[in-house]
Design a protein around this ligand. Sequence first.
Ligand code: ZN
Length: 429
Amino acid sequence: MSQTLLKNGRRVVTGQLAASDVLIEDGKIAAVGTNLSANDDATVYDLDNNLITPGLVDIHVHLREPGYTNKETIATGSRAAAHGGFTTIAAMANLKPTCDTPERFHAQEARNVKDGAVKIIQYSPVTKGRAGQKPVDVAAQYAAGARLFSDDGAGIQDASVVYQAMQQLAKYDLPICDHAQDNQLANGGVINDGSVAKKMGLPGMPKISETAQIARNIVIAQATGAHYHVCHVSTKESIELIRHAKQLGINVTCEVTPHHLLLADADIPDDDAEYKMNPPLRSREDQEACLAGLLDGTIDCIATDHAPHTDAEKHRGFLASPNGIVGSETAFALLYTRYVKNGIFTLVELIDWLSGAPKRVFKLEDAGQLAVGDPADIAVFDIDHQTTIKPDQFFSKGHNTPFVGDRVYGASVKTFVDGKLVYDREDTE
Ligand SMILES: [Zn+2]
């Protein structure tokens, strides 16, 4: 029996920070409490009063392999996740080729297992080739192990395709995770439609391009009984629709990104594509609605939409740069610093939105909690000292973030997956 003892940490216990140790045996949590002891040959880590949480869960990341390994690989993206305290991540299917057949899905899962520093759940696309024309063979993908389905990166334009897909997915109680975007209404916009777009002379993407498609897909979810999950919700009106749908008992859930909680279009300093993503940063009113929706339970969980690109690609301004920013390595610290330190929400809430909530929404076994018998997936954060966000310290190949130079609390100290140390700050100092 191999033992690892984490000593002198702190954990949230009934809303309060309290001293805590964790004992790990053969990769599983054997005990959580105070003054724990271990065998003489156990590996012991002194956590120096740092915060212990369940390993975080990120239900929305882009790992770019195969097809775009100049931006990220499974190895670098999963190490970035470990550096952010994430121990389970769900990887989107906008790959080349995408994993839309059982053979390709198996091959992708094998790559994820071979190179992943953390646990990776692979999304299947909803449609063949992610082309939005014809649903994948849901039964075959399910048999191959697919449990999450998304064409993320693009909205499915044809309502009948969504209807067919949801009918199939409902049979297996599988979620469709939707990048809600009506391309006609989006009208080639590269930034939120509004005064900032006007001032910068850039084509705006109206909010209704998101909200209208969510409205349509809620109706289809109601008709089919499918679990409809909205990715990266960004507008006040989208959140109002989802709130209403939930009140009607429709099976709808949604996520919000850290950047939509932290920034609005008015924060974009100039034509700097480190602020360009899809959906775009919306108005201050929308940002506040995201926060309110999270606090009142309309928004279920937080997901980063980690979307790495090369520096060269992101240095071409709003018109020519690709969408997306990295998020794995900054999410916890940014949200802790802005919202927990300032008393807007609690540490318990933040940890839950990043672990227990995605576990419940997607019925993930063996992830998102810290209890005896569970796999020892554990994150450790330093919430007492400030650090500076420096992209040259990222494990991700992508350095594309608008948060460069931010001073934050909550840097990651250690991350364990199945009791194995997969990130250790001491190695990088
Ligand atoms: Zn998306």
